[in-house]
Design a protein around this ligand. Structure first.
Ligand SMILES: [Zn+2]
Length: 204
């Protein structure tokens, strides 16, 4: 995860940016200190038509069949003008409690897409576990590819592209990772168990 204010890289559990001093608690002060109950798709505006939503849920289920430990989630809202989307998304991934069929999803395993209908823009933020499988470039490409559709209000096409392209990127990166972990590869001694870190200490 990156500091939403200066984009400095934060490590797991770090809630204050050591470069600019930004504190995640400041986001609670701005957006609220309570958890946000979410589904796989949370559309606070009821913008998506039922069959578009069902179509997207099918793609998301297919994604999770392939990557059972990784979960895309979508949040659609009309945010107040001048909302800084990266900040809002950082706050939301720390506050979101995504449940599917009564099962609570781990935020660190989530790719959260936030669509703001006010500015017709979007962003993606990743939990600490999920982010290690995609590069900054991957995420930039993802957003660039879907942005024209979101800007035009074609959420079905834009969100469909996001989910499908994320799946393709992960498949490609996963193959590269497997290759690198083979004997003699650069990650041969890396223990995959150490990759999972909590997104944020919630014990306070
Ligand atoms: Zn910062």
């Amino acid at each position: 995860m990156h500091c939403p204010s200066c984009e400095h890289r934060l490590v797991a559990g770090q809630d204050r940016c050591d470069l600019c001093g930004f504190h995640l608690g400041a986001l609670d002060a701005r957006y609220g200190g309570q958890d946000v109950a979410m589904d796989q798709i949370t559309d606070t505006t009821h913008f998506l038509r039922t069959h578009d939503r069902d179509h997207l849920l099918d793609s998301m289920d297919a994604f999770e069949d392939q990557f059972p430990q990784l979960h895309p989630a979508i949040y659609i809202a009309e945010l107040p003008a001048k909302t800084k989307l990266p900040e809002f998304a950082t706050w939301l991934i720390n506050r979101a409690r995504v449940s599917v069929l009564d099962e609570l999803r781990q935020s660190e395993n989530t790719y959260l897409f936030v669509i703001d209908l006010t500015s017709r823009s979007m962003t993606v933020t990743c939990g600490y576990f999920a982010e290690q499988f995609v590069s900054e470039n991957d995420l930039r490409e993802l957003l660039e590819d879907a942005s024209p559709y979101i800007a035009a209000g074609d959420l079905r096409e834009g969100l469909g592209k996001l989910i499908e392209n994320l799946r393709l990127i992960l498949r490609r990166n996963y193959r590269l990772l497997l290759k690198s972990m083979k004997p003699g590869g650069p990650l041969a001694t890396r223990d995959p168990g150490t990759l999972a870190k909590p997104l944020m200490d919630t014990s306070e």
